[in-house]
Design a protein around this ligand. Structure first.
Ligand code: SF4
Length: 338
């Protein structure tokens, strides 16, 4: 059931004829979408969020503008900013009625969520496979399956947990819809508006080029596939999981990068907060905590779905990402001597 209260109209987004119609016939939505996009790009250039709520028509047109611009960091930024709008909305509706939150699960494709009274608490009852599908980027024991109350294939979670699972579901749904949208359809939709869009695209590409990650003296060509993948995700403006961030920060520290530089690398994540990132990196690298943490072993990364070895031959015979870097660095030095 798609609730009428839901703040995104997924059917509208996928109906390109209706989008074209709205775009041509109603200048208000067109102007709002172009204004929103201009501001989103400006905020992106300033490393700031733009978590402003927009109506459903403007949302749908904006998403198609992003498809036309066709740059991964831009869609990642839009989805993360709208994810925050979604969280605010959830907080607001949970004050009115928990039933509306159940409707939100339905709107995102989870029909069999319900609310039950357990002791003196209201808890959300959701299928356990949904919980483990969307808990991966959520850190803390509250989101690990082993700490949950489980019964007959269902997990019982509180309001805060439900809101975060919904949030991750929203991100996954938006990514899925965006991936299904066809670039050539965006050309049809915006026929007659190419000049303005090409201007926005040019502006975004230039800003993004200046932001490209600088790894200084460090040779990233010999990084293991997992570390390259986390860096790519950050370069695309994504939000790596807590463990991927921990692995990346400790890896860069162990190969000699200073804290300031590591913080700069994380500044490209969509949810970057400088003071919290500086504190966490200081903690992991020992400058605050006195304990220097090591990157997780390959086995730990594998069990957290964070290994990207593919058919890499060296990955088949190592146990730790730092081992990969050391072997490659030695090979490189040896090949220079020959
Ligand atoms: S095998 Fe280890 S080093 Fe290689 S990608 Fe997987 S986790 Fe990274």
């Amino acid at each position: 059931m798609i609730t009428s209260n839901f703040f995104v109209n997924f059917n509208l987004i996928q109906d390109k004829n209706r989008i074209r119609d709205i775009l041509v016939k109603d200048g208000r939505y067109r102007r709002d979408a172009f204004d929103y996009m201009g501001n989103l790009i400006k905020k992106y250039s300033e490393d700031k969020k733009y978590n402003v709520a927009i109506d459903r028509e403007t949302f749908a047109i904006t998403l198609w503008i992003i498809k036309y611009i066709n740059e991964k960091p831009l869609i990642n930024r839009f989805i993360i900013d709208q994810r925050d709008v979604f969280m605010n909305k959830i907080t607001q509706i949970s004050l009115e009625s928990f039933d509306h939150l159940i409707e939100y699960f339905g709107a995102l494709g989870i029909e069999d969520a319900s609310i039950e009274t357990v002791g003196n608490k209201y808890l959300f009852r959701i299928p356990f496979d949904i919980f483990i599908r969307y808990n991966k980027k959520l850190s803390g024991n509250k989101y690990r399956l082993v700490y949950q109350m489980l019964d007959s294939g269902y997990v019982y979670i509180d309001l805060r947990q439900a809101a975060h699972i919904l949030r991750e579901q929203f991100v996954a749904k938006m990514n899925k819809i965006y991936d299904k949208m066809d670039y050539s359809d965006s050309k049809d939709i915006f026929e007659g508006f190419y000049d303005k869009l090409d201007e926005l695209k040019k502006e975004f590409i230039e800003i993004n080029r200046k932001k490209t990650m600088n790894l200084g003296e460090i040779d990233s060509s010999i990084f293991p596939p997992c570390i390259k993948e986390y860096i790519n995700e950050i370069n695309d403006g994504g939000n790596p999981s807590h463990m991927a961030r921990l692995a990346l920060a400790t890896f860069l520290h162990h190969i000699g990068m200073d804290n300031e530089h590591i913080v700069k690398i994380f500044s490209r994540t969509a949810d970057f907060d400088e003071s919290s990132a500086s504190y966490q990196i200081g903690h992991l690298t020992g400058s605050i905590s006195g304990t220097e943490y090591s990157p997780p072993k390959c086995a730990t990364l594998k069990s957290n779905h964070l290994c990207y070895m593919g058919d890499d031959a060296l990955c088949q015979r190592i146990k730790h990402p730092l081992q990969y870097y050391e072997i490659k660095a030695k090979d490189k030095i040896n090949s220079r001597k020959k």
